[in-house]
Design a protein. Structure first.
Length: 95
């Protein structure tokens, strides 16, 4: 139950941040501090092994729609190594 709650919270947070313009549709030049704060919120809820990064598997667990999850997780993994770091998230948020 606790894990389900964490994923539900993460999903709501991700949707909120995306709707607020911090996600894929974030305008160029957005604040690094904002992007870092968003990543830290998502990481707190989804980083199962607490290594400070999100594996693609941890990222996918946030999404109910697997296809949407794969698309978004691949986007955030800037160097395509299977791990999403804060630096990658911040860099991708500027695109």
């Amino acid at each position: 139950m606790k894990r389900y709650y964490a994923y539900a919270v993460t999903g709501v947070l991700a949707f909120t941040f995306l709707a607020a313009g911090v996600g894929l549709s974030q305008p160029p030049g957005a604040s690094d501090a904002t992007a870092k704060a968003v990543f830290q919120e998502i990481q707190a809820a989804a980083d199962g092994n607490k290594d400070g990064k999100l594996s693609v598997g941890e990222c996918l667990a946030i999404y109910k729609d697997r296809q949407l999850g794969e698309k978004n997780c691949k986007f955030w993994d800037g160097n395509k190594d299977g791990v999403i770091t804060e630096a990658e998230y911040v860099a991708q948020a500027k695109k």
